[in-house]
Design a protein around this ligand. Structure first.
Ligand SMILES: Nc1ncnc2c1ncn2[C@@H]1O[C@H](COP(=O)(O)OP(=O)(O)OP(=O)(O)O)[C@@H](O)[C@H]1O
Ligand SMILES: [Mg+2]
Length: 496
């Protein structure tokens, strides 16, 4: 991908007089244009800017000129060459006289090294200007920019040292922020550092800032890393796979060029830990997790579903490194049983994006109705791994009981795990969690300590989902045996 600098150079060399510079960072973009203008005109021309409150200022000084169409006409009539940067013009691009003036500018200015820039954080190109306008996307600042910023901050804070871990991880963690956002975050970080807070806590500052950005985007939700691998029983193959990739999103691995995984698809039986596994990746890898809320994409509140989906993907790209969590992908991407899809545009946009997405975005997708997944999704190369999550077997149920009993403060020595595992054959993790919670409530209401009796009273009365849905589970298992890797180290041996 060419950089914004190269693109602007191409526009200037090609004498494209209308350039749309799409950037969230007005200051940074203006500085870049200033340096171009100095080079092109050998320091002889000042840059002129226009805003809807201060009119024209700079080489063409006319504060009265706040009407956008008149301001453009004044630029056309101005006898001197130069850069004319219009800041708030997107708001007026629905006015015929503004469109007309821009088309006039295109005709009049091409040959004489005069350039009109539309500088905006929003991309709103009217259909009837698309051919005339040269579009330049200014990508967010990269690691090098952040390194420079950090060393400037270090000096201004009296040479405070961040230490080797932060020195190496901070420039990566800041990616996705604008320079202005990064500056606010760095002020907080340097203060925290002066108070000798641990590096982990300091890196969390960056996560909080990212959470804010995502909240503003509306469609993505930042999920705080509250689950970890130790809170999941079973799924050992999946956990090993994740642990082996734990260091791949660190700066060292990225610099060494170690290939990063594209994503994993976790499918299988309901209530067995698919969603919680997706969440645990974030804590393990120390990479922020963003959930894509497809119901909001389809709601229409953010424009057409296609445009909203596109925007969500751009936002997540700009936040890399990150994990994009798409829960119940078969519903999210508009797939229906038998492979017929209700929204083929979004579905195919997603598949293309999976192929071309930037390497530092990992997709964690989950699916329940796997028969609804079209072959394209599970084709090799889209996801690195497709895991099948089955009902937990005896050993795994035992571990899940231990996890929840420990969490609820019970003394494990007081429980007969052999009896518990036999009496809960066919249960999923969610049901075990529920039984322990109910037992805890019973114990509390009796002013007692959570014990085996409380638990058996609850397990005896429960009918697990696998009994009522045994047909469906058989179907899922038959499907997955040939197409997916078992998440459990016990493979696909029958559980019930
Ligand atoms: N293997 C497990 N170990 C620990 N807890 C589990 C396990 N499986 C499920 N749970 C618990 O059960 C609840 C439901 O799990 P989760 O949401 O991950 O299931 P799921 O597979 O995504 O189900 P669904 O298909 O219904 O969305 C969570 O609170 C989770 O912590
Ligand atoms: Mg789930």
């Amino acid at each position: 991908m060419s950089t914004a600098t190269e693109e602007i150079r191409r526009a200037l060399v090609g004498k494209n007089p209308l350039v749309y510079l799409h950037s969230f960072e007005e200051e940074r973009a203006l500085r870049m244009l200033e340096s171009f203008s100095t080079k092109l005109y050998r320091g002889q021309q000042q840059l002129t800017t226009w805003s809807c409150v201060s009119g024209l200022s700079g080489a063409l000084d006319d504060p009265e000129q706040i009407d956008p169409a008149r301001a453009i006409q004044a630029v056309i009539a101005h006898p001197e060459r130069g850069f004319f940067v219009f800041k708030d013009l997107t708001e007026f691009l629905n006015m015929p006289e503004v469109i007309r003036s821009l088309r006039d500018a295109y005709q009049a200015m091409g040959a004489d090294d005069k350039f009109l820039f539309i500088l905006s954080p929003e991309l709103m190109l009217p259909e009837n200007l698309k051919k005339e306008v040269f579009l330049v996307e200014m990508p967010p600042p990269g690691e090098k920019d952040f390194q420079r910023l950090i060393s400037r901050f270090g000096k201004s804070y009296g040479n405070v040292e961040l230490g080797p871990e932060l020195d190496s991880e901070l420039p990566v963690a800041l990616k996705g922020l604008t320079l202005a956002e990064a500056q606010h975050t760095l002020h907080r970080i340097y203060r925290a550092q002066a108070q000798k807070r641990p590096a982990e806590e300091i890196l969390r500052e960056v996560l909080v800032e990212k959470a804010n950005i995502v909240r503003k985007s509306g469609i993505l939700e930042f999920v705080m890393p509250d689950a970890n691998l130790d809170s999941i029983g079973g799924l050992d193959h999946l956990k090993d796979w994740l642990k082996r990739r734990q260091k791949l999103f660190t700066r060292e691995a990225i610099a060494a060029g170690v290939p990063t995984p594209k994503g994993m698809l976790v499918m299988g039986v309901s209530g067995c830990g698919k969603s919680v596994a997706a969440k645990a990746v974030s804590a393990l890898w120390n990479v922020p997790l963003f959930r894509l809320d497809m119901s909001l994409v389809y709601s229409g509140s953010f424009g057409s579903p296609e445009a909203a989906f596109h925007r969500a993907l751009r936002t997540i790209e700009s936040l890399a490194p990150g994990i994009l969590w798409i829960d119940e992908i078969e519903n999210s991407l508009g797939m229906e049983e038998g492979g017929a899809d209700v929204n083929s545009q979004i579905f195919s946009a997603f598949l293309t994006w999976m192929q071309e997405k930037p390497p530092l975005i990992f997709v964690a997708a989950t699916a329940n109705r796997i028969e609804a997944l079209p072959a394209e999704v599970i084709r090799k190369g889209r996801f690195d791994q497709i895991y099948f999550v089955d009902l937990p077997n005896d050993d795994e149920r035992r571990t899940i009981f231990e996890i929840y009993l420990t969490r609820h403060g019970a003394d494990l020595a007081e429980f007969d795990f052999d009896l518990l595992t036999v009496s809960t054959r066919g249960w999923n993790g969610a049901e075990i969690e529920q039984a322990v919670k109910a037992a805890r409530v019973d114990a509390y209401s009796e002013d007692g300590v959570l014990d085996m009796d409380h638990l058996t009273a609850n397990t005896a009365s429960m009918v697990p989902l696998s009994t009522t849905m045994s047909g469906q589970i058989k179907k899922i298992r038959a499907w997955a045996v040939r197409r997916a890797t078992p998440a459990s180290k016990y493979g696909t041996a029958p559980r019930i």
